[in-house]
Design a protein around this ligand. Structure first.
Ligand code: ATR
Length: 290
């Protein structure tokens, strides 16, 4: 628990509900390790109260805040300066109150790429398959293509959503970067077999349906990586299958830790202890699921 003084600077997270957020313990541990007189607080903000909360948090002198469900889309229309990532994903998860106005950023995708880099997985020039085409897939795919992924295949149960995401990537990020495929096509099987990086952004395999997997994996390329953005359970059925086929596997903890680290870097102007944040998060997840 941080000491709170009259000098303490505040950041926080808004959500509805917000009680399940893992960000407060992770961010407060990081702020303490950085030796800052700052604290990170949760705020339960109902959807209709978002504009009032934004004005109120600014008036109360917060440095900024994170946003989680259901506020990420609505915030985009309320900030003065959305970053490229925020505009491309249509979401804001990090707000920064600055003298020049309210900056809105989306650190989910950049956090995903930063976590990969920290683990030694290069993205530039690589062939990627993203399973799913929802909000998480959009954030991850935009950042992967911006980071130089050579070819990105989006495979989704609902074909229209995969088409829509590929259109965004090809028209607004890099022409010719993305292609949609059906989840059950034989072309996807050969694409998976040749992929350098496979990312699951679907909810398939998440607690409590832990025996399910979004695809059956073929034999994988040497040196392949698989990231499942699920973090409960810590090892999904898909991760187990990929590990059996020799892939390096990660769950969603790293993305969560690094999106938080990038927000903290923006607010403080300092380098946050991202690895500490990752270990606090893992411990907290293990504690809550025990
Ligand atoms: P998020 O913001 O976390 O990405 P979302 O936008 O609801 O959440 O997206 C969920 C993703 O999981 C979608 O790609 C969804 O596929 P559809 O677009 O076809 O709905 C995918 N998904 C959820 N349940 C699924 C299932 N049983 N089989 C395959 N895909 C599933």
């Amino acid at each position: 628990m941080p000491d709170i003084w009259g000098t303490t600077r505040l950041v926080g997270v808004i959500g509805w509900p917000v009680r399940h957020s893992f960000s407060p313990p992770m961010q407060n541990a990081a702020l303490a390790a950085m030796g800052l007189d700052w604290a990170y607080v949760p705020f339960a903000v109902a959807p209709d109260d978002l504009p009032a909360a934004l004005a109120g948090l600014r008036a109360a002198g917060l440095v900024g805040f994170n946003a989680t469900i259901p506020h990420k889309q609505a915030l985009l229309g309320l900030v003065d300066h959305p970053t490229a990532e925020a505009q491309l994903t249509g979401t804001v998860n990090t707000v920064h109150f600055t003298p020049d106005g309210i900056v809105g950023d989306s650190t989910d995708g950049p956090g995903f790429v930063a976590a990969l880099a920290a683990d030694g997985c290069q993205v530039a020039g690589r062939r990627v398959v993203v399973l799913g085409a929802g909000g998480s897939a959009r954030a991850v795919s935009v950042s992967l293509v911006r980071a130089g992924a050579e070819r990105l295949v989006v495979a989704n149960r609902t074909a229209a959503r995969a088409d829509e995401l590929c259109e965004l990537l090809n028209e607004r990020v890099r022409a010719g970067s993305a292609e949609a495929m059906a989840l059950d096509s034989s072309r996807l099987e050969t694409t998976l077999a040749a992929a350098d990086l496979i990312v699951n952004t679907t909810s398939v395999g998440m607690y409590p349906e832990m025996d399910a997997a979004p695809v059956t994996l073929p034999a994988l390329a040497a040196g392949a990586w698989l990231v499942d953005i699920i973090y409960n359970p810590a090892e999904t059925q898909l991760m187990r299958a990929a590990a059996e086929r020799g892939a390096s596997c990660r769950n969603g903890v790293s993305m969560l830790a690094y999106q938080g680290a990038l927000a903290l870097a923006r607010w403080t102007g300092q380098e946050p202890p991202a690895e500490l944040m990752r270990s606090v998060l893992s411990a907290e997840l293990a504690r809550r699921s025990a």
